[in-house]
Design a protein around this ligand. Structure first.
Ligand code: FEO
Length: 400
């Protein structure tokens, strides 16, 4: 990619990773970017680097603007390797003695990652750094989403460098919201559902704090994907909505199947839900990536999970999905379990245990059918779907 000018003297100089398809278990269907920001003032600043292996792109982009050796100081908003992996090479290039600003927690995580005695400068929440005409303010955002995470804000340009927050795994040459249009919101939603959902209460608090501080933000610059300049309020409002986890009139039926019996159950349950006017999609776990299922779970009122019983246990892909989902702490969900079995039939009980651990409202003990659903079994599935659908409709109307 070429450098992208955000404001006079402020550039995105990071790298595009067109080919990544699995970002530690998150499916990145069209790749991602590792954004890095260059600010030219009396002091020249680089905020975050790129994943290891992408340093050439970063250095080439910086070189189109200035000699990288003229960078006076580094800021690390976040230690995770997709932003810090390039640090060893960049620090070596610009000079190992150059100051490296990070949060107090970054003082622990950066040396733990790189075993380097760089010139670390830990900053306090709200601390300012004058770099010439500009002043940078550091805002601690601990556990959004790592202990070391922080934002850097430039008040003169009204630019917020927001680390992972407000990002998207999206690779493209159009690097601003107004150039991509509303399609970017699906990527932002997936990112939120799979990276940030578990921190929803902290996000609501942070948004409140930032509003109280009265920060004027003209452009939000995250570390992945496009930058928000047309309407930065749009992504902030979306984060508020997603953090509240208000259920939509929608259900997800996620399942795996061995000989199609649990699949037939899933589709009949979905038919029953849909007949109540509820948006629903049966999602075969081996046809959809877990991160795509999780994106649908974000605003679903009901999560209906089906598994065959395999060796007295859950089918492994169902266990995978439930483990992943539990870690992301979805809230305000109705839960219902189902599954076909041969002789022992533990899967429904095991799914219900996971629902309980997630605090779901389990509205049915769960539906088990031995071997292959017959006509009566098929009808039981439709009836379960209808009950789930009615419950969603009632909840949407404000009932119980
Ligand atoms: Fe994009 Fe938490 O790293």
């Amino acid at each position: 990619m070429n450098p992208v000018e955000i404001a006079k003297g402020v550039y995105q100089v990071g790298a595009i990773d067109w080919n990544i398809r699995d970002f530690h278990g998150y499916s990145t269907h069209i790749g991602s970017t590792y954004n890095s920001y260059l600010i030219i003032d009396e002091k020249t600043v680089l905020i975050d680097t790129v994943k290891k292996g992408f340093e050439d792109q970063l250095l080439a982009n910086i070189s189109r603007i200035i000699d990288p050796r003229k960078i006076d100081l580094m800021i690390s908003n976040h230690t995770e390797m997709d932003h810090s992996g390039g640090l060893p090479r960049i620090m070596h290039y610009i000079g190992e003695d150059k100051p490296l600003y990070c949060s107090k927690m970054g003082l622990k995580s950066l040396p733990s990652h790189f075993q380097q005695k760089w010139n670390y400068q830990g900053v306090e929440n709200g601390q300012e750094l004058k770099i010439g005409k500009r002043t940078l303010t550091f805002l601690e955002t601990r556990m959004l989403h790592w202990p070391d995470s922080m934002f850097t804000y430039c008040k003169e340009d009204q630019v917020l460098f927001s680390s992972d927050a407000f990002g998207q795994h999206y690779a493209g040459y159009d690097m601003f919201d107004d150039l991509v249009g509303d399609a970017i919101m699906d990527h932002a939603k997936k990112y939120f559902a799979n990276i940030l959902l578990l921190y929803s209460p902290k996000i609501l608090k942070l948004i409140e704090q930032v509003q109280e501080m009265g920060l004027d933000v003209k452009v939000i610059c995250p570390d992945h994907g496009i930058m928000w300049r047309k309407d930065p309020g749009k992504i902030i409002r979306a984060y508020s909505d997603w953090s509240l986890q208000k259920p939509a009139k929608k259900a997800v039926v996620a399942y795996d199947t061995m000989w199609h019996s649990t699949q037939h159950m899933a589709e009949a349950i979905a038919d029953g839900i849909a007949a109540q006017g509820v948006d629903v999609r049966p999602m075969h776990i081996r046809s959809y990536d877990r991160s795509d299922i999780m994106t649908e779970v974000l605003d679903a009122a009901a999560v209906v999970v089906g598994s065959p019983t395999l060796n007295n246990n859950l089918f492994p892909t169902v266990a995978d999905l439930l483990t992943y989902m539990k870690g992301l702490k979805p809230r305000n969900k109705i839960g219902a379990a189902f599954g076909s079995y041969g002789w022992s039939g533990e899967s429904v009980k095991l799914i219900n245990q996971e629902f309980e651990a997630m605090g779901f409202d389990i509205i049915d003990p769960g539906l088990r059918i031995q071997y292959v659903p017959d006509q009566a079994g098929h009808q039981s599935c439709k009836d379960l779907g209808a009950r789930i659908g009615r419950k969603i409709v009632e909840a949407a109307a404000g009932g119980k």
